[in-house]
Design a protein around this ligand. Structure first.
Ligand code: ATP
Length: 240
């Protein structure tokens, strides 16, 4: 996908990004996680975050979704016709970027009590202004593809199995064709058949031009979807 037409477009561009956690409840202890990271992800490209446990892969992914605020650097995101720096964006800008530009699939579904599965999956499309009919049609297609039986669609997923909840989460994450997708181990609890379906769904998003950053511990998934690895190395300097 990295042809000349696409190479001009870099939906996400990270510069000199540094993150240190400060534990205010534990004497202000500082935990430096990463420093001075640069990362560009192009349209149709999938970058796999790689590195040892504790290196900071999840922290980087969450920073890219503006869940964590970096203490230095920038996260430049193409949003509509503008560029937004998520490292310094106002909360309302973050909400807008998440509504239209960046999708995030976490490992675990955040279960909302009493909300039926179909509504959970259709919600991102409705929030984007898509009609209820179209949003539900897309949600049903994804749930069917991910083998969530129709009898479960009207139920809240609190009682679903781990793998069922993860598939509902994936359906929700792909219900909108986001230009940027962040995927945190989307296949961790899935059997082989569903893993292959998720690989196909990720490849289709790439073919549409989505720029994807993900953590894929499963080697089969990593090999199938990643264009390159981005090494996240544990911070080597001092905590000062
Ligand atoms: N909310 C937090 N507050 C304080 N420290 C944190 C927080 N989240 C992560 N850390 C610390 O940051 C470091 C990186 O954690 P992170 O979860 O990003 O690593 P990872 O590379 O994703 O690891 P794994 O592969 O085991 O999931 C760890 O030392 C962790 O203890």
């Amino acid at each position: 996908m990295n042809d000349d037409n696409n190479s001009a477009s870099t939906p996400i561009s990270v510069r000199s990004l540094s993150k240190t956690f400060t534990l205010h409840t534990q004497g202000g202890t500082r935990i430096p996680v990463f420093a001075d990271l640069d990362l560009d992800v192009r349209r149709g490209e999938c970058v796999c975050l790689h590195g040892p446990s504790g290196a900071g892969k999840s922290t980087l992914l969450r920073s890219l979704y503006a869940n964590y605020k970096p203490h230095k650097g920038s996260i430049l995101v193409e949003h509509d016709d503008t560029v937004v720096d998520l490292a310094t964006a106002e909360p309302w800008e973050v909400v807008e970027v998440r509504r239209r530009t960046i999708g995030y699939v976490s490992q675990f579904l955040r279960v909302i009590p009493r909300v039926p599965t179909l509504d959970i999956v259709a919600e991102p499309a409705l929030m984007r202004g898509i009609s209820r009919e179209d949003a539900e049609a897309k949600a049903k297609a994804l749930l069917t593809r991910l083998r969530i039986p129709e009898r479960l669609w009207s139920l809240a997923p609190a009682t679903f199995s781990g793998g069922e909840q993860q598939r509902v989460n994936i359906a929700r994450g792909f219900a909108v064709d986001y230009p940027i997708l962040l995927l945190d181990e989307p296949t961790a609890s899935l059997d082989a058949q569903n893993r292959h379906t998720v690989i196909d769904i990720i490849l289709e998003a790439k073919a549409r031009g989505s720029a994807i950053v993900g953590i894929f511990h499963d080697q089969e998934v990593r090999d199938a979807v990643s264009d390159r690895l981005f090494e996240v190395l544990a911070y080597q300097g001092s905590a000062a």
